[in-house]
Design a binder for this molecule. Sequence first.
Ligand code: ASP
Length: 332
Amino acid sequence: MTEPPGRERYGRVPFSGGYTTHSRPRRLVLPIALAVHGGAWNLPDDEVDAHVTGVAAALTLGWDRLRAGASALDVVEEVVRALESDPTFNAGRGSHLNAEGNLQMDASIMEGGKLRAGAVAAISGVRHPVSVARRVLEDGRHVLLVGEGALRFARASGAELCRPTALLVGRELERFRAIRRGRRSLVDQEFRAMDTVGAVALDRRGRTAAATSSGGTQDKAPGRVGDSPIPGAGGYADDRLGAASCTGWGEGILRVVLAKSAVDALAERPAEAAARKAMASLRRVEGQGGVILVDRAGRVGASFNTPRMARGLATQEAGLAVGVERGRLKRA
Ligand code: ASP
């Protein structure tokens, strides 16, 4: 495998045959890093604990796997699967209903070596959209499959299927009914918790990956697709720079290709500053949301312009931390 440019600065693993019995091989430990999000926006006070607990559990799971040597691609898929299983979040189980009362989910996954990507949009009847996206990536013929075609691919590739209603939770049914009763203002004021989930990782071999999964926006039009399944918008990974995953108002994020903008910003600054720089681009379209990033040096960053964003960050230097408020995170 050719090293991506710039990786040399961490040195190369010495060829063991090159050492005499008297010289001790230098152990080279490359940095690992992981960032996870559980959505941005108006996270209500009574949902904060569940978000922090869910993000902390997913972060810990992913960190343990990364430390054990798992690939960035496997880790981001496993982390997002865990969040899709947690009904707290708007992804997999717990997804928002669209305007007709149906679940239509979006997900993407990307690895930064060969820039392979897989994605599904407007899919229902599968338990883990991110794993169907992973199968699209591995299959390699296409990048994005939608609707009925995506479901057929999921079936043919042996993905875990379920009745669409198996992923519906009481909270979402209540919200749907309130909207139908004409309480539209609630959608805008209270229901705008955008609990889309995502993960970005840097593994021991310098590989990066990003995964994002979402039920989309509350009360969306049937067929509406957000940023989450679009490589470059909802997620992006490039081993030469790093990886990003986004959450927020998809219509804005799509137009500024937020994830790619964030990764490109890593060319000149570390993760935290690159996240802030990318978020500034969202202003132009009056967009709202947030982004998480890892860079090649093992640093993590997060930035958001909504009142809260559920997130967890893990580095070798700082350990594991989670939170929803602006400012310092708490140790996980
Ligand atoms: N970005 C997602 C979408 O627009 C929503 C979210 O982040 O919660 O579909």
